[in-house]
Write a protein of this length. Structure first.
Lengths: 214, 214
DNA sequence: GCGACACCCTAACGAACGTTCGGTAGCTCG
DNA sequence: CGAGCTACCGAACGTTCGTTAGGGTGTCGC
């Protein structure tokens, strides 16, 4: 008890800038860019609208930063999986590789919630200036998927008629759109159709790999 | 030449209300609900903002109507395919059935452009009142897909481990997300990767049916 | 030829918006 | 102790927003 309470709080609780980002991400996620005002964000954080300008130059910069963080989380998750798989000695089943990356993407989507999810629902209707700022780092992430799928293709593991870039877009599109209907087990209230992110990843991978046909 | 020019124009050109809907749909599609003002819409149509209120009670009603029309187009397209397939005497290949419905959905998405597309990109960040007004008719459409897939499942044509509702959600999610990257041949400027909606439907169907694995 | 109605106008309302400015409390460090 | 910095506040700015009120003009049925 010798450590002062204020010091502990400062370490544990998010600082001002992070608090703004967290609350803003939630609001942008549910209301988009135009319908979320800086006054909404400020009141969610418990500060005055003017105080936001101490941390960000403009509303657009704040929004761009949120999208950037979201992509960053996803990219890092992808790279960690790649690294883990590389250091694993056992031979790599291609379907397991796919599963690991799909799961990582889904975890980023549902676990780091608002930041990543905002990239799905709020990006398409974002101001042009925001879009063009985020597109380059989104491209970097998509490039990783292209590389992964291409390596599977050159190993002869994919349908040779498949357009890899097209397959990647459809694949990521289907994964991302789960944000609109899936609720992970731990957050769901009704136990009925509740499943874990892991379950979802398994279903998605099987579906992508083998299709829906018997 | 006995028919007066004005009469012909009145039949061919969209009337005031339709013009408003058309322009508004385009703007809502690219900017979402909050960032699209009635003044933007009015100036695109070439009228005054106040004139919109002669046709719609509020901005929300206008937006809701656009989303409603979009779903209506998609639903009608689905039903027309069902009817056509029913009156066709030859036996129905399940994959062809799927292809026909996927193609119909994609045509509605890219041909009736803004109305249907707005349901994909602008709906998730729409005001709650708008969402709850559109959800019931969206459900009706999704119900048709559930029925279709369920009939395939009970015929033993689908993977028995498959959750039909989940598969439908993933399937529709992947189809809908094409709106963010696909540009049909006739509209595309660069000939390189240009393909028709029909081509896209074929790729999607094969992918959904058999997966990406060789 | 005249009321009724559809359609669009000008003008303006109050509210909400992003943003700016000057100031202040508290902490750090010489 | 006091200069300097971080984090925030209160008040206000000019602008834009959705919406309303009231008026004008053309067309159509009677």
């Amino acid at each position: 008890m010798s450590v002062s309470t204020s010091q502990v709080k400062l370490r544990v609780l998010p600082s001002g800038r992070t608090r703004i980002l967290d609350e803003a991400a939630k609001l942008f996620l549910s209301g988009g860019y135009g319908d979320t005002s800086l006054r909404d964000i400020a009141s969610a954080v418990g500060i005055q609208p003017a105080s936001i300008y101490h941390h960000f130059h403009s509303k657009e910069e704040l929004f761009t930063e949120i999208l950037r963080i979201g992509v960053e989380h996803t990219t890092r998750a992808f790279d960690e999986v790649t690294e883990t798989l590389a250091t694993t000695l056992r031979s790599l089943d291609p379907q397991e590789t796919l599963l690991a990356h799909i799961e990582a993407h889904l975890i980023a989507l549902f676990e780091h919630g608002p930041y990543t999810a905002a990239n799905i629902v709020a990006f398409p209707v974002a101001p042009e200036a925001v879009k063009s700022a985020v597109v380059p780092i989104r491209d970097q992430y998509e490039q990783r998927w292209d590389t992964l799928l291409q390596s599977l293709a050159t190993s002869g593991l994919l349908d040779p008629n498949l357009d890899v870039r097209m397959a990647r877009r459809i694949l990521l599109g289907s994964i991302n759109s789960t944000i609109e209907w899936f609720t992970p087990k731990q957050y769901s209230r009704k136990k009925k159709d509740a499943q874990s992110v892991n379950d979802l990843a398994n279903v998605m991978t099987t579906l992508v790999w083998k299709g829906i046909a018997r």
